[in-house]
Design a protein around this ligand. Structure first.
Ligand code: DLL
Length: 429
């Protein structure tokens, strides 16, 4: 397969060289965090480890893990590892609990972000001077600016629309000949629906880069076919430095390549937090090897995945591949003794002909028993009974299924909210 690269040599390094580079960088970053931040120093001291104890990559397991709580407890910048005067930008996610997570950047961090993101554009097949339309919002959310920094680095022509106003997005895509469309997954769906409803097409459009939300294979297929483009699953988060820092799938669509020269990947057992073997599902933990202002060390992301392969890929890249994110550790629902993830509900719903793309999973208590109701938009002819049958086969129990007319269920700007709880007064939260 012929492929486009942004940093060919680094993206195709043989595994021995990747691991040697990781070890060298890991030693440096542990010393940097320990030497320059009291929160890290205290936590290493409490675990009885020093940066100098790390002799091999596997020794990372001796160091303490962190999670979002540390960010929240040290708000706004208690994890900073450089002089405050060197910080040039910040991004922030408020998450579902509303307590913010802040990521500060030095100029070198912005350059690192731009390079990771530029690799993602190249990996999708984009060429310098292609037109890219950036629809995640520009602001505290890292999506808009990250895609912007990377596009400038790669030399794309940026149409920075930001979020919303789909009719205008379509007009601009036509007027400027957008070849690469970027967005959160639910915005890709919105674009597809609006094009279908208005009978328009975007003949210049070739690539869609979507992420920030769980992305079932069935939804990828719908977007690929509905938009008539090649669809990519891009991954990243505030804590690792934003969209694209962790990687994306390539044109072989055989897992998400993680930029291993910049990040060390571990998959941990969800309960014990001990590393698991390749191929086993667990919580993804990330150590940032090349970030200055706030390098995360063994950050438990809350995302569930598994390592698919460390072998070279058909695209020529050698960086390991992760399974698409299956859901978040705390997203797992337990109803009638059955554990399942919202992404399984999506996968099942999208397999039903006539079922549309907008749905809600509602957890409700009736007489002290937890139950689940799935609301979905569908074309006429699809019955609640048919939906329940498919859900029963997929999940192993029967949630209630209610069918709504196209456009009847609420939609959110930005990341879609899919799971709701019914409060005592009947409203959804
Ligand atoms: O969502 C970064 C991003 C922006 C990625 C635009 C892709 C496109 P946060 O708001 O900090 O950052 O949310 C990070 O979103 O831990 C995952 O749970 C989820 N997430 C991000 N990308 C994917 C993906 C951005 N490709 C959190 N598939 C992460 C599934 C994803 N979940």
């Amino acid at each position: 397969m012929s492929d486009v690269y942004f940093e060919r040599e680094l993206e195709t390094m043989e595994r021995g060289r990747i691991e040697a580079l990781q070890l060298e960088r890991l030693k440096k970053i542990l010393a940097h965090a320990y030497g320059n931040n009291p929160v890290y120093r205290k936590s290493f001291d409490a675990a009885g480890v020093r940066p100098a104890d790390l002799k091999a990559l596997s020794d990372i397991a001796r160091f303490p893990t962190i999670n979002k709580t540390v960010f929240r407890d040290t708000y706004p910048m208690g994890l900073l590892c450089v002089d405050r005067k060197r910080v040039v930008e910040m991004h922030m996610s408020s998450g579902s609990t509303g307590t913010p997570v802040v990521m500060p950047y030095t100029q070198a961090d912005l350059d690192q972000w731009a390079s990771c993101m530029a690799r993602c554009y190249a990996m999708a097949g984009a060429l310098p001077s292609d037109v890219v339309q950036i629809t995640p919002s520009f602001g505290l959310f890292n999506g808009g600016f990250g895609m912007y920094h990377g596009a400038r680095r790669y030399g794309l022509f940026v149409v920075p629309t930001g979020a919303g106003n789909t009719a205008r997005q379509i007009k601009l895509a036509r007027d400027f000949g957008t070849r690469v469309f970027t967005g959160v997954v639910s915005y890709g769906i919105r674009l597809m629906e609006e094009l279908e409803a208005s009978g328009q097409a975007l003949p210049e459009l070739k690539y869609g880069i979507f992420g920030a939300e769980a992305f079932s294979d069935a939804m990828k297929k719908r977007l690929t076919e509905g938009l008539g483009i090649e669809v990519f699953d891009i991954y990243g988060m505030t804590e690792t430095g934003g969209v694209g820092t962790l990687g994306q799938d390539c044109r072989a669509h055989d897992g998400i390549h993680v930029w291993e020269d910049h990040y060390l990947v571990e998959i941990l057992d969800r309960d014990t937090h001990e590393p698991v073997r390749d191929g086993e599902i667990g919580e993804l933990a990330i150590t940032a090897l090349t970030r200055e202002a706030l390098p995360v060390i063994r950050f438990r992301t809350g995302d569930l995945s598994k390592i698919l392969s460390r072998e070279p890929c058909a695209c020529g890249r050698t960086h390991l591949r992760l399974a698409p994110i299956m859901g978040r550790v705390d997203d797992m629902l337990i109803v009638k003794g059955v554990n399942f993830f919202p992404s399984q509900v999506e996968q099942a719903l999208m397999s039903i002909p006539g079922v549309l793309n907008n749905y809600q999973i509602i957890i409700e208590e009736e007489n002290g028993v937890t139950d689940v109701r799935v609301n979905v938009e569908a074309e006429s002819g699809v019955t609640g009974f048919a939906v329940e049958k498919v859900l029963k086969e997929a999940l192993g129990f029967s949630p209630k299924g209610d069918v709504f007319a196209p456009g009847a269920l609420p939609r959110q700007e930005g990341k879609a909210k899919r799971v709701f709880r019914r409060l005592a007064d009947g409203t959804l939260a």
